[in-house]
Design a protein around this ligand. Structure first.
Ligand code: SF4
Ligand code: SF4
Length: 374
């Protein structure tokens, strides 16, 4: 009987030990996971009110003078995020709209015409600062393989917080353009932009060309001639617009995987010192998701329905979350690979590798009733 009693005590002890162990494991695993994930807020409310409501969740991160990095949209482009979406936020923060000049022909090349274009596109409610008007800010890139220095618009120095109010959409050379591209190409001087595009020439197949002329109209460097289809490498600045313009894939990203990888990694490296220099908040506005970027004057039509607005303080998490939502809407693993024949996902992997953020995220849908008090 004593032996049976001891057996009972042993069994009970073992049982208690197992339960306690299980609870400890579950608790530590949960807290580890919850610690690892970055928060990305999401709303389907695509409106200025939706912007203001989602901003409530990150507004405590704002410090000092605020610059809001937008894209004013190329002449002929109607898919850029409308000015009305950012107007209340800009007014609330007494912020300045910031941009940089581009390296190619058009109204966005010079400050005066760039600002005129912005006003024509409705950005009339706030001061506009073209950052490279003040010169170049050379920022050292820690841990970069392709670049040692990022050439950024000098007026960035005038702000303490930068809000990247980004249109998440496709890009002919980068697969997609989101906050990483907005913080790199979007903040660089024209010289910095040329650095990133260096050697990024598209591939042509004249047998597929139907002579529609879209690429010639869209090329900002007058680098394309037809019959036969040819790209002048002396003139080409590697912007990738012709890839997005061509309806029959006669112009594509080069098969050279190393060249594509280098371009994507160059974007990430340029973004790194920029986001590290200033307090940064990220919006991805996932609407009008064209395969083409907002620099295209002749963009292709959006290929998924409008999705919503995301906000985070983690640039890697917000890119991963926006990409996942577009993939889900397009019912595939990589919507931009299908749309542009180039995957941009390496931007996310490489940014995480350089310690810029965390691709493991938690999507918080603020449209749920429990978040409505905000
Ligand atoms: S990538 Fe295409 S559109 Fe851009 S400059 Fe070169 S040829 Fe012109
Ligand atoms: S867009 Fe494509 S099909 Fe049209 S002219 Fe250019 S290469 Fe040819």
């Amino acid at each position: 009987m004593i032996i049976n009693c001891l057996k009972g005590v042993k069994k009970a002890g073992l049982f208690t030990f197992l339960i306690v162990g299980l609870l400890f494991w579950a608790n530590s695993s949960w807290s580890q996971n919850s610690k690892e994930k970055s928060i990305v807020y999401f709303t389907k409310d695509i409106s200025p009110e939706g912007v203001m409501r989602i901003f409530e969740f990150v507004k405590d991160s704002v410090k000092g003078k605020v610059g809001i990095k937008v894209h004013f949209g190329e002449d002929g482009n109607s898919y850029f995020v409308p000015a009305t979406m950012v107007e209340p936020l800009c007014k609330e923060l007494n912020a300045t709209l910031i941009e940089t000049n581009v390296a190619y022909k058009g109204r966005r090349r010079e400050t005066a015409t760039h600002i005129e274009l912005a006003r024509d596109h409705g950005f009339t409610f706030a001061p506009i600062d073209i950052l490279d008007e003040g010169g170049t800010l050379s920022l050292p890139i820690e841990g970069g393989t392709h670049f040692k220095t990022a050439l950024i618009g000098k007026n960035l120095e005038n702000y303490e917080t930068i809000i990247y109010f980004t249109h998440f959409k496709g890009h002919g050379s980068a697969g997609f353009g989101g906050c990483i591209k907005n913080a790199s190409m979007g903040m660089a001087t024209p010289e910095g932009k040329r650095d990133m595009h260096f050697n990024d020439f598209p591939k042509t197949d004249s047998t597929k060309c139907i002579g529609c002329g879209a690429c010639v109209r869209d090329c900002p460097a007058n680098a394309i001639t037809l019959n036969p289809l040819t790209i002048d490498k002396e003139k080409c600045i590697g912007c990738g617009k012709c890839i997005s313009s061509c309806p029959v894939k006669a112009i594509t990203t080069p098969d050279d995987a190393e060249q594509t990888k280098r371009f994507l990694e160059g974007l990430v490296e340029y973004a790194k010192p920029v986001i590290e220099l200033k307090n940064s908040i990220y919006f991805n506005i996932v609407i009008s998701v064209s395969p083409s970027c907002d620099c295209s004057g002749n963009p292709k039509k959006p290929f998924v329905p409008d999705i919503g607005i995301l906000v985070s303080t983690d640039i890697v998490a917000i890119e991963a979350a926006a990409h996942d939502l577009v993939d889900k809407a397009h019912h595939c693993d990589d919507a931009f690979l299908e749309a542009n024949s180039v995957s941009g996902k390496h931007q996310i992997e490489y940014a995480e590798q350089l310690g810029m953020g965390n691709s493991d995220y938690k999507l918080v849908n603020i449209d749920k009733r429990k978040y409505r008090k905000k």
